[in-house]
Design a protein around this ligand. Structure first.
Ligand code: ST9
Ligand code: ZN
Ligand code: ZN
Length: 360
């Protein structure tokens, strides 16, 4: 079982949830290398056929949208679809994920309003529902209480979990998660209350109308490219974090858990594929160890917001704390810290040139 899993009722994922005195930093070497856990053999899958029909339509529409994108869409429509993917993506990564689910930083009212609008563009359920499922995912990763439990298969973790009723453990354990911080936020309460009006308007209607109104794009190109292709693409980039980045990649920070470091996912998911690190330190606003922006567009956005004073109280992990964890529980794939690192190969030791040697 992963070290961050407990059976006790849970609180909010506050930044100190992962401090040395609590989970994940217990003395001694980590548990076993990640092995899939058995799932509840008595659980009967109840497929929600309405969702299956909607998802099949959406994906066919997105494939057609991809074809139109390459063959007939106007350049401003393509540029607009990309901007909407960035905006919706940030509404998930900088908003629902790092700000609200993990409280990795704080944001002033204008930024919270902006991120709520961005979040609604992405239609991945309202922030309170998204964050509740995500907190349950972190607390009970790869168990039946994990909404997208990888041990039920890569397809289930990717999108299958949205096509059937939830395992009772998800709902029961989820009830123990404290959501009072988000429920008491008036902006999020507003989004939740009016979601069934806001979501269709902001995710589907306005993005379809803008290209038609401002640069005379056809309805077909607007609907299938700017709306369906963009929406389904953003969904799949998000879902890859639950499937691919829980399955493929190195585990330099903790080899006993499934989440992995996955560069390809990081690029598509705006910096959210550094998932082994993220599950070990979920309260780091960078959701990654390294500070560069190459595979982490979201960190660049939050840093910019911090520079103009809209984001503040950014939490991050000191290098020494990362180092200790890597040495204790990592799989050895972390880059070496320097001369003498336990992961430095014998070959490197022997082949290195040492100049100006002190004569003994
Ligand atoms: C979508 C979400 O796509 C994607 C999330 C991905 C997360 C990724 C995280 C990775 C890290 C971040 C990376 C970001 C990268 C972004 C990159 C961007 C470029 N605890 O739900 P119901 C209660 S959404 C406590 O109906 P069923 C619930 O309150 C896509 N309670 O369960 C309710 O109670 P009450 C669009 C819980 O019937 C009752 O249980 N949306 C919990 O099993 C029933 O709830 C859709 O497609 C919990 N965890 O149905 C909608 N959960 O009645 C799809 C539930 O009292 N969803 N409860 O109110 C559905 O249709 C249904 O939820 C269902 C399950 C069929 C899946
Ligand atoms: Zn995860
Ligand atoms: Zn997370």
């Amino acid at each position: 079982m992963a070290p961050n899993i407990t059976n006790a009722p849970t609180g909010v994922l506050f930044e100190d949830d992962d401090m040395p005195s609590t989970q994940g930093m217990k003395a001694g070497k980590a548990m076993d290398v990640h092995v899939p856990q058995a799932c509840d053999p008595n659980h009967k899958i109840r497929i929600v056929w309405r969702n299956v029909a909607i998802f099949v339509y959406m994906h066919l529409a997105a494939v057609y949208g991809g074809y139109l994108l390459l063959t007939s869409a106007m350049w401003p429509t393509i540029a607009f679809a990309i901007v909407m993917y960035w905006a919706g993506g940030l509404g998930i990564t900088a908003g629902a994920h790092r700000l609200w689910a993990h409280k990795a930083y704080k944001a002033n009212v204008p930024l919270r309003i902006l991120l709520t609008i961005f979040n609604t563009i992405a239609f991945q359920n309202h922030v309170i529902e998204w964050s509740r499922d995500h907190r349950v995912h972190h607390k009970y990763t790869e168990t039946d209480a994990d909404p997208h439990n990888l041990n039920r298969g890569v397809f289930f973790a990717h999108m299958g979990w949205l096509l059937c009723r939830k395992h009772p453990d998800v709902i029961n354990k989820g009830k123990g998660i404290d959501m009072s911080d988000l429920e008491s936020d008036p902006i999020l309460a507003f989004q939740k209350k009016y979601y069934l009006i806001l979501m269709p308007v902001i995710c589907f209607i306005i993005p379809t109308m803008i290209p038609m109104y401002f640069w005379n794009e056809t309805f077909l190109n607007s609907w299938f490219v700017a709306t369906m292709f963009r929406y389904v693409f953003t969904l799949n980039m998000t879902w890859l974090v639950n499937s691919a980045a829980h399955k493929w990649g190195n585990r330099p920070y903790d080899e006993s858990i499934a989440p992995s470091e996955n560069l390809a996912v990081s690029i598509g998911a705006m910096g959210e594929g550094w998932h082994n690190y993220h599950h070990v330190f979920p309260w780091d606003y960078k959701a990654a160890e390294l500070g560069n922006y190459k595979g982490n567009f979201t960190t660049a956005f939050i840093d910019f917001m911090a520079r103009i004073g809209w984001a503040y109280d950014l939490k991050t992990v000191p290098a020494a704390m990362v180092k200790t964890r890597v040495e204790r529980t990592g799989d050895g794939s972390h880059e070496v810290w320097g001369w003498g690192d336990k992961d430095m190969s014998k070959e490197d030791y022997n082949m290195a040139t040492i100049i100006n040697k002190k004569s003994s």
